[in-house]
Design a protein around this ligand. Structure first.
Ligand code: GLC
Ligand code: MG
Length: 532
């Protein structure tokens, strides 16, 4: 929302800007849009700190604007998915300010996790850590001014965790869901789902000092992926199922493996889930193939479709990631200190990865700007950084601002049509983005934007891409080749030599120059299988 398009000249994207550019999204060929949190928020974490779940932040617009956006989107055949941030509220939510004003042990405090500290109150109640660095506990001053209890925040201190064992919390969120479903949103993206249940008694997790929030490595962790979370998801699914139309739940769940992930998409839970194994996989044929196979197999067991994603508002943009020798991803902006990327190589691979991703069975999520081939902005000045990761890590991790720089739409200089001429966007845009604007790429058939448009169009029109399962074709180890039924093949060349495609005439689309043979780091869609 903040980085897409600005309509009122304050340098911050808003609903008006999004409405204006809906035709761009429809023309790009997507089916739905997911909007990051648009609720009133102090913006300590980009809106993931919500102070009122049933309104729109004035900087983004009004509830009437939201209604108009939903109506316009539906008019263009686009579905609207909004973000549901329920693990925590903002520290400025009235529930939390009431909890601070109330006494220890009072019902106001029960909605959150307030506990006495250890060592006479001086030390946090346990060893849990925050995703943004440091302890997950902050000590409060009691109303009488004395140092008092501690409260839990698995993210920033401005994001106190709710206690989902409290029926008052569950019931309040039932109403939030209904509020938005009644307004016509088509789906909810459930933020930080694995955080929502905690092991009773809040036992130590065994984190060593300085440990990172690496939830994909944790087994039996008391504050992440605790089974109680599934009760909450079932409750929500039942609410969604009570509505007409297809209402979708997609969950963010960064958990250990595809099997744990599959639990979030059992038939009475979420419909789909983001695929972090794929999002963090390096540009490496064996790993990609394993992730693809394991994702499909694990989700198939519970009857859920796989999903695929290459970038997000939390990760280094994949043009940059794929341009590095180590092209795996570190989550939440902890990517600092990696060597500079070869962006030509990264873009070549990113374009190939787009064709790989869009040829896989299931649904694909695009992160705004990837269709323009935007790289991560790695040289934002320190004073421009806004992500809490920067402060919380003691200025050792630069955080996620580099993937959130506002989109370049047109023109030769900043703000590139994102906001009113002469106004600074909320994060500075690199001058080199003049060549990457929507206007500059729209007319160029070889541009990344044209590639995405063509791929999304074919994805709609080629029946095999909806119906047929994936079957691997035997190939060299460093080539990924698979069929979707007898009439469609995708070939991705991760080797360092060109490979023969057996003629140019069957090439429907290629991610780079390709004349019957496929260069390294290039992918092609073919209209029917060639010779083995
Ligand atoms: C999710 C969001 C991220 C946010 C965090 C806390 O991971 O994607 O942007 O900071 O949750 O709400
Ligand atoms: Mg604005």
């Amino acid at each position: 929302m903040r980085s897409f398009a600005d309509s009122d000249g304050d340098g911050l994207g808003d609903i008006g800007g999004l409405r204006r550019e809906l035709p761009y999204l429809a023309d790009l060929g997507v089916d739905a849009l997911w909007i990051t949190p648009w609720y009133p928020s102090p913006m300590a974490d980009g809106g993931y700190d919500v102070s009122d779940y049933c309104d729109i932040d004035a900087r983004f617009g009004t509830l009437a604007d939201a209604d108009a956006l939903i109506a316009d989107a539906h008019g263009l055949g686009l579905r609207v998915v909004i973000d549901l941030v329920a693990n925590h509220t903002s520290s400025e939510h009235p529930w939390f300010t009431a909890a601070l004003a109330a006494a220890p042990g009072s019902p106001e405090r029960d909605r959150y996790f307030f506990r006495d500290g250890r060592s006479g109150g001086e030390e946090p109640p346990n060893d849990w850590i925050s995703a943004f660095g440091g302890s997950a506990w902050t000590r409060v001053s009691e109303p009488d001014g004395r140092p008092g209890q501690w409260y839990l925040h698995l993210f920033a201190p401005e994001q106190p965790d709710l206690d989902w064992d409290q029926s008052a919390v569950r019931e309040a969120f039932d109403a939030v869901l209904r509020f938005w479903l009644d307004r016509g949103v088509d789906g909810l993206r459930v933020d930080a789902a694995p955080a929502m249940a905690k092991q009773p008694g809040l036992p130590d997790a065994g984190h060593v000092p300085g440990a990172r929030f690496e939830s994909r490595t944790w087994v039996g962790n008391p504050h992440w992926d605790v089974d109680g979370v599934h009760d909450i998801l079932r409750r929500w699914r039942a609410i969604g199922d009570g509505y007409d139309g297809d209402r979708l739940f997609v969950t963010e769940a960064v958990v250990r493996d595809p099997e744990r992930l599959s639990r979030y998409v059992r038939p009475d839970e979420m419909h789909t889930s983001f695929n972090f194994d794929y999002l963090t996989a390096p540009w490496e044929p064996r790993r990609l193939r394993t992730v693809i196979d394991e994702s499909i197999a694990a989700l198939d067991r519970v009857g859920a479709p796989p999903t695929w994603v290459l970038s997000s508002h939390d990760e280094t943009r994949h043009v940059t990631r794929f341009g590095r020798a180590d092209s795996s991803a570190a989550t939440m902006g902890f990517d600092t200190g990696r060597p500079p990327a070869d962006l030509d190589l990264g873009l070549r691979r990113a374009r190939a990865a787009a064709l790989l991703t869009l040829a896989l069975p299931g649904s694909a999520y695009l992160y705004q700007g990837e269709e323009l081939g935007l790289p991560e902005v790695e040289d934002l000045p320190d004073e421009a950084l806004q992500d809490p990761t920067w402060e919380r890590s003691g200025h050792t991790a630069r955080g996620r601002d580099g993937c959130r720089v506002p989109l370049p739409w047109s023109g030769d200089t900043t703000p590139f049509g994102f906001t009113t001429e002469g106004i600074a966007p909320w994060l500075p845009q690199p001058t080199s983005w003049a060549a990457l604007t929507v206007a500059a790429q729209g007319a160029d058939p070889a541009s990344t934007l044209s590639l995405y448009r063509a791929a999304l169009r074919l994805r709609r029109s080629v029946p095999a891409l909806h119906a047929e399962p994936l079957s691997w074709v035997s190939s060299d180890d460093d080539v990924l080749a698979f069929d979707r039924g007898p009439a469609f093949r995708c070939v991705v060349n991760l080797s360092d030599r060109s490979i023969d495609l057996g003629g140019q005439d069957r090439v429907l689309l290629a991610s780079g120059p390709c004349s019957g043979s496929l260069p390294p780091d290039t992918a092609a869609w073919l209209s029917s299988p060639g010779e083995e």
